[in-house]
Design a protein around this ligand. Structure first.
Ligand code: APR
Length: 248
């Protein structure tokens, strides 16, 4: 067994409270491009023009050009081994919650039940004019989707310039400051306030395991165990190591 994988597995087995923090990198192997890698979403759509709440209010039809592409990609995406692995750790009682920046619903489809959606979820839509909410299925294939009051609907995701849902923010902060082990998968950790959570966990004495294709701003200062590679491979290796050590 790889030494780093074994160390990570032992941290998880010894921890009384473990949580996972995930970003777009965990869904790349499900066919959903991330944002900041080469060829990522922000290479094709300037976030200033497409991903701020001001851009949406200014020209919702333009923003829906990006959202439509995202939605069609998410619709055909299925959970990969890393989503399934985190779901398995939760079922084994070794992972309390997943706090995700992703809005693709793949953690839930991958078997995780305690998922905190820090940036909302693209499965529902809201009208900024009258407040009416819709399930995305009700408006499937309608671009841009419109409310009965005729206004263009906004997906229930957090745009730059919007606040994090209060319940998600509060619960995430509480978990980060009390966890004993933190598994960070597939995030560049450049967006706040999400990127405060790893620092909060570190300050609380948590052991930090990071899985990423490349080193990030966390790797040299916050991370204890850096597992470099694809999320599906590394998560699967950690889960099988946990099972092996638990039976030993
Ligand atoms: N396995 C592991 N890591 C991967 C993989 C993979 N297969 N593919 C990409 N990564 C890593 C990249 O190296 C990068 O560090 O995942 C990270 C993705 O970083 P970003 O594209 O910045 O995505 P994320 O961190 O989730 O962005 C945070 O920014 O634009 C906003 O709201 C958006 O929620 C998003 C937030």
């Amino acid at each position: 067994m790889d030494e780093l994988i074994e160390k990570a597995a032992r941290i998880i087995l010894d921890s009384k409270l473990t949580i996972a923090l995930t970003g777009a990198g965990i869904s790349v192997e499900s066919g959903i491009p991330d944002f900041r890698s080469k060829g990522g979403l922000w290479d094709r759509f300037d976030p200033e023009e497409y991903a701020t709440i001001w851009a949406f209010r200014e020209d919702p039809e333009k923003v829906w050009q990006m959202l439509k592409e995202m939605e069609e990609t998410v619709d055909s995406a299925r959970p990969n081994e890393s989503h399934l692995g985190l779901g398995e750790l939760e079922r084994m009682g070794l992972l309390k919650s997943v706090i995700t920046q992703n809005v693709d619903n793949l953690h839930q489809e991958g078997g995780s039940r305690d998922v905190i959606e820090y940036h909302g979820n693209s499965r529902s839509l809201v009208c900024l004019q009258c407040g009416k909410r819709y399930d995305y299925q009700e408006k499937k294939g309608e671009y841009p989707p419109r409310c009965v009051c005729t206004k263009i609907l906004k997906p229930n995701v957090v745009f730059f310039g919007e606040g994090i849902p209060v319940e998600a923010m509060t619960r995430s902060s509480q978990l980060a400051s009390t966890c004993q082990a933190l598994l960070i998968v597939g995030t560049s950790a450049v967006v706040s306030p999400f990127n405060i959570l790893p620092r909060q966990a570190k300050q609380a004495g948590s052991k930090i395991i990071e899985i990423n294709l490349e080193r990030t701003v966390l790797t040299d200062h916050i991370t204890d165990i850096f597992l470099q590679g694809k999320a599906s491979e590394k998560v699967s290796q950690v889960v099988s190591a946990v099972k092996q050590l638990r039976e030993a």
